[in-house]
Design a protein around this ligand. Sequence first.
Ligand code: HSE
Length: 447
Amino acid sequence: MPESAVQVGIVGMGTVGAGVARVLVESADRMASRAGRPVVLKRAVVRDLERDRGVTLPAGILTDDVAAIINDPEIELAIHLVGGLEPARQIMVDLLKSGKDVVTANKALLCEHGPELFGLARELGRTIAFEAAVAGGIPIIATMATCLTANQILSITAILNGTSNFILSQMDREGWSYADALKKAQELGFAEADPTFDVDGTDAAQKLVLLTQLGFGMRVPLETFPRSGINRLELADLRCADMFDCVVKLLATAKLAGGKLELHVQPTLVPKTSPLASIHGSFNAIRVVGDVVGETWYSGQGAGQSPTASAVLADLIDSVIGRTRLTFYRLAPWQDTARLPLQSEDDAEARFYLRLHVEDRPNVLAEICDALGRNSISIASVIQEEAAEPEETGGTSDSTRSEETPVVPLVIMTHKTTVGRIRAAEARFAELGSVRPGHCRMPVADL
Ligand code: HSE
């Protein structure tokens, strides 16, 4: 082995780990030229030594014992690709304590334990790089941590979960069922091992926490802002969005609103004229607005083996050449520098899409308009599909609720209002016998 080679260990050989290992082995010359030293994969920790990972490694690299990396002083740099919180946290602590710089893709871990882990790394003189933790192959961490640092960030609006975006695209454009699209996302390696956090908005929210920390200088705990995912959407909502010349996207937003910081992750109607509407499949996109730079856009593959491996390997090279150290110690963009109050969810402003299930009988529309009007919500548009004419019964016309009263979808687009006002109107809907439980509400992102 050449004297100056940097020896690397990978902990976790799932989809991304196998992609990283393949490039290290198959493109060793390119890695050596970019890092200025040969980069040698010395050990890779797996759970199952027998499993085929689609990559051929030299003999003696695979091990099922993480201590083989932790206790090897020749391994300078650890690629930490263990998902979840534990034992991922303890493994990272042990790697740092054993004197290694760490590259990780684990956003859940940094979202939950970032201050502790970054603090420990700094105490020990080590670094943690995490480009792969947000938006796969898009270089957004480096951009936020270095290229945009002269700005006061005004807003971040992003599609940050490739699995959700893939599912929405396949349902909307190809007519797939939700279940089939999710299964395919798992097969293609976009989804997490347990895809619950992909589809319930948690994965995007964890990434938003990291971007908010970098952009606004504030760590906002995950549980302090609203999040919802695509798992409760219906195909009908995708179809109705189309009637308003919109598509549905899972949007993560952090923005300054009247001196407060507003954060949320939610399915959102995006006008087809917005660049976000053309982000399909596993692609992610991020719009960042800064007071000096103005509006900037980033897009690329946000999930999957190769794009995420690209981000991990860039971090590896940066760690070897010393660029990570410079950012980590000189700029330290993950330290809290701001204390902005959080905007209350009720005060968030938008136009809203509502899809209600209502009884098709006299005065129902008037009741709903009244509930909205009493809460100062102005209606921009109403769509009600025509139901079949009720059959003549010979009796007198009756405007009261009955078992036979047909129920129809009623879709309303409001003018700009607040979540608080919409919630007050929803409380009134719940009291009306004419509105059936279970409705869909989505904001519209006008950008
Ligand atoms: N499961 C994630 C996604 C990829 O679908 O975006 C890793 O962050």
